[in-house]
Design a protein around this ligand. Structure first.
Ligand code: GRF
Length: 209
């Protein structure tokens, strides 16, 4: 996204699968920051019962759900997901706890404009069980990573990271909760920079201007 384009609000589509606390943090941040430079035009989910959809409805944001099980195969599901998103003409896609992988077919619609938040310090503990695996491994520090999405899992260029200390008696829920508190600040901040056209990808590096 160019800096010139930042004069009009960047149209964001958010995808969620669960509670949507990161979505809520983004909704709140946009509401309180007139300089944010972006607006959420739709929230979608692969699960009709995702609490994130309720949060969006409460905020007056259009929603849709698109369940893998309703389609013949993953390809058909992803094409339908893209179609639903395109109806809202988003400039960027925000994966906020979206637990499905997207392919290059999806990404080609929004080049360098799909971002994700992951609850570990990547490249450590990729995948769906990052918090549990960090605890099991016995690392002393884990954290939050916000990154651009590419075709590999939890792999694209890193926008920002913040560390979270692991405490002696942490369990998965307690640790994940502390990581989320960090995500709720870091993720909206990164999306603000994206909306303002201030993130520039150079190979694996993201420069913030
Ligand atoms: C977050 O910890 C995110 O990093 C991970 O899934 C969790 C989603 O939480 N990908 P929520 O639905 O935003 O509360």
């Amino acid at each position: 996204m160019s800096e010139a384009a930042a004069a009009v609000p960047t149209r964001l589509a958010v995808l969620v699968s669960g509670s949507g606390s990161n979505l809520q943090a983004l909704i709140d941040r946009i509401a309180e920051d007139p300089e944010f430079g972006g607006e959420i035009v739709v929230v979608g989910s692969d699960r009709a019962d995702a609490f994130g959809l309720e949060r969006a409805e409460k905020a007056g944001i259009p929603t849709f759900s698109c369940a893998v099980g309703d389609f013949e195969d993953r390809g058909a599901w992803e094409r339908a997901l893209v179609e639903q998103l395109l109806e809202h003409r988003p400039d960027a896609i925000v994966l906020a706890g979206f637990m499905k992988l997207v392919t290059g077919e999806f990404l080609q619609h929004w080049p360098d404009a799909v971002v994700n938040t992951h609850p570990s310090l990547l490249p450590a503990f990729r995948g769906a069980h990052a918090v549990r695996e960090a605890l099991e491994y016995g690392v002393k520090v884990t954290g939050s990573t916000v990154h651009f999405v590419d075709e590999k899992v939890d792999h694209g260029p890193v926008i920002a990271q913040r560390a979270v200390e692991i405490l002696d008696h942490d369990d998965e829920d307690a640790l994940h909760e502390r990581i989320k508190q960090v995500e709720h600040e870091l993720f909206p901040e990164c999306i603000r920079l994206l909306c303002q056209g201030r993130l520039h990808i150079e190979g694996r590096h993201v420069r913030i201007r």
